[in-house]
Write a protein that binds this ligand. Structure first.
Ligand SMILES: Cc1cc2nc3c(=O)[nH]c(=O)nc-3n(C[C@H](O)[C@H](O)[C@H](O)COP(=O)(O)OP(=O)(O)OC[C@H]3O[C@@H](n4cnc5c(N)ncnc54)[C@H](O)[C@@H]3O)c2cc1C
Length: 439
């Protein structure tokens, strides 16, 4: 992610640098004033370019899943490019607000104001400034709510939907205030591409067309409650469903008022368009779901998405699969898809860590699935009596082969295992993680 963002910003900076060499790009004033102006432009360019990237990533572009490592990572990139965009916008705003100070520091005298380099008439520039300032304040407030983890996701989501409108206002601000010389330069071409892509993404979002081509309707066939806090929902989907690979997830809508939630498809694809979800009550909605959902209810499923796929496992490397709690769902699909292969093509150690093994609803099924797969060894960990740690895993890594870890579960456990294994087994571990968090 860092590499993508750094590369993206480097391209913008290069195009900006090339623009500065243009003979048209001259503003009257001292060197100090020129540095001030360029800082104002560069922070603005970084901000609006990152916002354009954020908008494009919000359209759930399946074609970017392969290069960027899956939709969960695309969402992480979306989040961080949005955060960086607001930070640059803050720097841009601070510079704009302190122009009197910079004028004084630059020694007064004749100098061109930033907006005077624009090709647009003054009333439009004034409007652009005004709208940009207000959009920035709202953007800052939205970022604060995004980072405030206690703020309910349910309330946050409709507010977040205002983003395309704010983006379009900020594009207007950038268009009417950018120096006229940009439009004949590489930076102008880059901005035109980014504004075009970002505006199309905004239109898709505002018209509710994101993911439309990947949606399928269907019905809930059965709802089971293996424990009070988990439900297993089997759905029969219509012809719109194009099938899935084991380990992928989908956005599922059981209630239009609530909107969609991401859940891993916990079953293999049997070609009959049935999918099963195992849903844990982790918040308000998922708690309500177990009381409200009944067989026969309509469902809409958008997907499949994700690169946490069995087909990507590199069999030359030792396979270690780790699930924490409800993070077992992609592995249920993996194991189910391997059944009936005779001797499974994959050899793996599956570690399943839960709070209380004695009451866990998946242990029996896992044992049954793994018993039919002689090369897949199940290791059960009770968080209280036999916690899973990097030391436990490293103790079992006796051969010299490199290991590939596939992890799905709580972020805290992922971090401690990843750090520990990299320390205990430097250079020998490749870590794949399915993030169960998007905000
Ligand atoms: C790729 C992926 C796969 C997942 N697979 C499963 C699974 O197989 N089984 C399972 O039980 N859970 C799974 N989850 C988690 C599940 O999506 C959340 O627990 C659920 O959405 C929580 O909703 P809530 O309103 O009950 O909780 P809240 O308390 O409102 O939300 C808790 C957290 O869940 C996330 N969340 C909530 N609503 C949404 C939404 N509409 N879209 C995206 N994120 C949301 C946010 O990070 C939020 O902070 C998965 C999540 C992701 C990202």
């Amino acid at each position: 992610m860092k590499r993508v963002l750094t590369g993206f910003l480097a391209i913008i900076a290069l195009a900006w640098g090339a623009g500065m060499l243009s003979p048209d790009h001259t503003a009257e004033g001292s060197l100090a004033w020129a540095i001030y102006l360029e800082s104002l432009f560069l922070t603005g360019l970084f901000s609006i370019s990152l916002l354009s990237l954020t908008m494009v990533l919000a359209t759930r572009p399946a074609w970017l899943e392969k290069p960027l490592g899956g939709l969960d990572r695309i969402y992480r990139l979306h989040k961080w490019s949005g955060i960086l965009a607001v930070l640059f916008a803050t720097a841009h705003w601070l510079l704009e607000m302190s122009d009197d100070l910079f004028e004084f520091l630059a020694g007064g005298g004749d100098h061109t104001g930033g907006d005077e380099l624009s090709a647009f008439p003054e009333p439009l520039r004034d409007m652009g400034e005004e709208l940009g300032e207000w959009a920035f304040y709202v953007l800052l407030a939205l970022l604060a709510l995004t980072l405030w983890r206690q703020f309910s996701y349910r309330l946050w989501r409709p507010l977040h939907r205002a983003m395309p409108v704010l983006y379009l206002l900020l594009v207007f601000h950038a268009l009417v205030l950018a120096p006229a010389s940009y439009w004949g330069q590489p930076i102008g071409l880059l901005l035109a591409l980014l504004f075009g892509a970002g505006s199309i993404a905004s239109a898709l979002s505002l018209s509710g067309r994101i993911g439309r081509g990947r949606k399928a309707g269907g019905r809930v066939v059965s709802v089971e409650n293996p424990t009070p806090d988990i439900i297993e929902v089997r759905c029969q989907l219509d012809e719109g469903w194009r099938g899935h690979r084991p380990g992928q997830f989908a956005f599922v809508t059981f209630d239009n008022g609530e909107g969609h939630h991401p859940f891993t498809i916990a079953s293999a694809d049997h070609g009959d368009r049935t999918v099963t979800f195992a849903i844990k009550a982790l918040g308000d909605y998922t708690r309500r779901l177990s009381r409200q959902l009944v067989a026969g209810a309509p469902v809409e499923v958008e997907g499949p998405y994700g690169r946490f796929q069995l087909s990507r496992a590199n069999n030359r490397r030792r396979q270690i699969w780790i699930a924490g709690g409800i993070g077992i769902t992609p592995f249920l699909a993996w194991l189910e898809s391997l059944q009936g292969e005779g001797v499974a093509s994959v050899a793996a150690d599956l570690h399943y860590s839960v709070r209380d093994l004695s009451s866990d609803p998946f242990v029996e099924r896992l044992q049954r699935l793994c018993d039919a797969l002689p090369k897949v060894h199940l290791h059960l960990h009770d968080a209280q009596s036999r916690p899973l740690s990097a030391e436990t895993l490293a103790g079992e890594l006796t051969d010299s082969r490199r290991a590939e870890i596939w992890f799905c579960g709580p972020c805290g456990l992922a971090e401690s295992l990843r750090d520990g294994l990299r320390r205990l087994w430097p250079g020998k571990v490749r870590f794949h993680q399915e993030a169960f968090e998007m905000r």
